[in-house]
Design a protein around this ligand. Structure first.
Ligand code: SAM
Length: 241
């Protein structure tokens, strides 16, 4: 029977592999979850799939787990980036958590003309992505990139990556996602509370790989739009359909 507790570790996993625990991991397993020697934990590291592991040593400041068998192979998400302009902290956390649960392969906070937050805590956002993967049973953890200028990203846009441009100026227009072959690299772009500037919009409409999309007849909050766009893309081109 596979373990209830799932833990992300930055350590190789394989048959008989022993995995030393960091202090906070030991606190979580033995202090919070009250596990003891002999208990089983499901481990994953984003590369080797999910492994059942037995508690061999349990202490206040550390411990050791021993991998016994692989319970899930690595399941990579589609090659989908979510580009979003950071908004208020709690809502930005929400976007990262939903993107990890819903199968984004990479999460890229972008600075647009009207983005009002200058900084993000990349380490905190990455921890949210890890927690989301632990909770949803995923074996892969998307990278949360450092905040970068959208204009810089577009200057070097990969020629093979399509872009689902969610343009609030298209509210209500029947602009659906382009029907294309599955398996291509894609990105979704969601703007800030203030939306996109005219200069940005012009540039994005002109981008060859851009597909302008409406998310319905109402203006959605950026966090709602991120979830709606991820759902639309996954159903049409991802690993949900
Ligand atoms: N300030 C803008 C306005 O009132 O028109 C709204 C920006 S909206 C809060 C944040 C982002 O969500 C937009 O930049 C867009 O990417 C996306 N979005 C929201 N509603 C949308 C819709 N109906 N169609 C397409 N994109 C939408």
């Amino acid at each position: 029977m596979s373990a209830k507790v799932r833990l992300y570790v930055e350590h190789p996993l394989g048959p008989g592999q022993s995995v030393p625990l960091e202090r906070d991991q030991a606190h979580y397993l033995f202090g919070v979850m009250r596990l003891a020697v002999g208990a089983t934990v499901a481990l994953f590291n984003g590369r080797d799939g999910e492994w059942q592991a037995e508690v061999a040593e349990a202490g206040k400041r550390g411990g050791v787990l021993l991998c016994t068998e692989q319970s899930k192979p690595l399941q990579m998400p589609p090659d989908l980036w979510l580009l979003f302009a950071p908004i208020k902290k709690a809502r930005t956390d929400f976007i990262v958590e939903k993107a990890a649960e819903m199968g984004a392969a990479r999460i890229v906070p972008v600075q647009t003309d009207f983005t009002n937050s200058e900084r993000i805590r990349q380490d905190r956002l990455q921890a949210h992505a890890v927690e989301a993967a632990e909770q949803c049973g995923g074996t892969f953890v998307p990278e949360v990139a450092e905040l970068q200028k959208l204009s810089r990203l577009l200057d070097n846009w990969p020629s093979d990556r399509q872009l689902m441009f969610c343009d609030e100026a298209e509210v209500g227009a029947a602009k659906a996602l382009a029907s294309r072959d599955k398996g291509q690299p894609w990105a979704i772009l969601i703007g800030p509370e203030g939306g996109f500037s005219e200069a940005e919009r012009k540039r994005l409409w002109a981008l060859e790989q851009s597909h302008v999309v409406s998310l319905g007849p109402r203006v959605l909050r950026a966090d709602t739009a991120a979830v709606a766009a991820l759902t639309m893309w996954q159903m049409a081109l991802g690993d949900w359909g």
